[in-house]
Design a protein around this ligand. Structure first.
Ligand code: 2BA
Length: 109
């Protein structure tokens, strides 16, 4: 058995939830925050038998889109606090960042 941890964009989470349930997978959704953008995203925990990992990855791929986001970090012009100016930078976020971990033991009581 494996634990699939998938960090995806909030906009895709409803669609992904529905697709997982429709295909017989169980999942837990957590509200999370990206360290770089400091914006909300969604983390799915999906426990799945080894032989169905690829099916889950296919569903994630089909339901999570990459999008461009504008970030406004600060840049220094001259080295003092007053001269820090924001300038927007475009980054591509997603479709999904996925970790696949072995499960040592699974129990439900
Ligand atoms: P964030 O950390 O908010 O990152 C959003 C997007 O910003 C990233 O998209 C990437 O395009 C860019 N980015 C992140 N860190 C960067 C850096 N140090 N320099 C330049 N650009 C950077 P994704 O790679 O698609 O990641 C989307 C979200 O997935 C991340 O949101 C984070 O919540 C999660 N994530 C990505 N890689 C991770 C990792 N290795 N471990 C844990 N979470 C991760």
């Amino acid at each position: 058995m494996k634990l699939i941890i998938a960090v995806i964009q909030d906009k895709d989470s409803g669609r992904l939830s529905s697709a997982l349930v429709e295909n017989g997978f169980r999942a837990t959704k957590l509200a999370s925050t990206g360290g770089f953008l400091k914006a909300g995203n969604t983390t799915f925990l999906i426990g799945v038998d080894d032989d169905r990992v690829e099916d889950v990855l296919t569903i994630i791929k089909a339901n999570c889109k990459a999008r461009e986001k504008l970030v406004s970090p600060v840049s220094s012009f001259g080295g003092n606090v007053e001269s820090y100016i924001p300038y927007p930078v475009e980054v591509q976020v997603g479709g999904a960042t996925v970790f696949i971990l072995p499960i040592e033991q699974f129990a439900q009581f």
